[in-house]
Design a protein around this ligand. Structure first.
Ligand SMILES: [Fe+2]
Length: 147
């Protein structure tokens, strides 16, 4: 899987680079960068992993009770809660289904804990969550759901 990173906002696309960044709209800003994301199996391990790898849960969509065509994707950073201080915090979380970008959630160190939940219109597939720590870079977890 090829990683293409936007040189302006850090957004990552998989395999194919769109002309404009899907987050910041910069033109032709994607550059191939295999080291753009720390993935399970390519991480330093230990406490750094526990504080940075997204911890994903895919549940029935409680925003829309009884929904059969959407799921609620919850992601927490991480298994041990990551700090949210002005000098060290989670800047954003990007959500994907089957490696197609869905949306970015920006986080405030003053007002957010390191977590987000989004309602995604899908019954099955693979969810990817990438999070960016202002000090330690971008980390990714994937999880299959449904089917
Ligand atoms: Fe960090």
């Amino acid at each position: 899987m090829k990683l293409l990173e936007c040189s302006v906002c850090g957004h990552v696309e998989f395999d194919v680079a769109p002309d404009k960044c899907l987050v910041c709209r910069s033109v032709q800003a994607y550059k191939e960068n295999d080291a753009a994301i720390k993935r399970p199996g390519q991480t330093p391990g230990g406490e750094a992993d526990k504080k940075h790898l997204p911890f994903i849960k895919v549940e029935a969509d409680s925003f829309f009770a009884g929904s059969t065509d959407s799921v609620l994707v919850k992601a927490v950073i991480g298994e041990m809660e990551h700090p949210m201080k002005a000098e060290h915090f989670i800047r954003w979380m990007d959500f994907y289904v089957d490696h197609k970008f869905v949306n970015r959630v920006w986080l405030s160190p003053a007002l957010n804990r390191p977590a987000a939940a989004v309602s995604i219109r899908a019954k099955s597939g693979t969810v990817t969550v990438c999070q960016n720590c202002n000090m330690h870079g971008t980390w990714m977890t994937e999880q299959a759901f449904g089917a």
